[in-house]
Design a protein around this ligand. Sequence first.
Ligand code: FNR
Length: 188
Amino acid sequence: SAPKILVFSGSSRPGSLNAKLAALAAKKLTAAGAQVTLISLADYPLPLVDATGFGHAPQPAHDLRAQIDAHTGLFIASPEYNAGYAPALKNALDWTSVAKPGAPATGLAGKVVALGGASPGALGAYRGLTQLRTVLELGFGALLIPEMVAVGGADKAFGEDGEITDARTSGFLDAALERLVKLSSQTA
Ligand code: FNR
């Protein structure tokens, strides 16, 4: 059966480059036969997480957690801030673990995850992705595919049609999505 794949950007900024990457990934995953849900973290407004949230998680934390639970694979497009990944993304992920506690955080355990990042800089958020990958593996028990898609020069990388114009970068995205579909079909 078609794997269910959740797609979102770690940035909800209007005009977000990572939202463009997420939208493109969602389009390609749908074309590859996956059942795709593209969400925006803007629809899950959450305060900064801390331990007082245990047993008192706001509804958006439960809703986001339910989205993760309902899918077998994820594609996350993450911005890079000062060589790390975006705090809004960490906040959202941490809230999903507070919504239903467990160790390692259970929501993403066993889910197949592919990471991409877009930035105007040359490294395309790659340094942030290496951090995010470690957190998802060690903290959340997620299964990370080896390919990570870094879209450098991202302010000029997307055509009017939303495609990545550079063939090599576009090929990296295709390869990552192909493996995401394949592996999330196996764990479904
Ligand atoms: C950035 N940006 C950035 N880019 C990068 O490639 N490496 C970096 O270390 C940083 N650091 C950084 C810190 C902070 C606080 C901000 C706000 C931004 C630039 C960043 O990649 C750019 O703003 C992207 O457009 C953010 O992603 P979205 O919002 O377009 O998806």
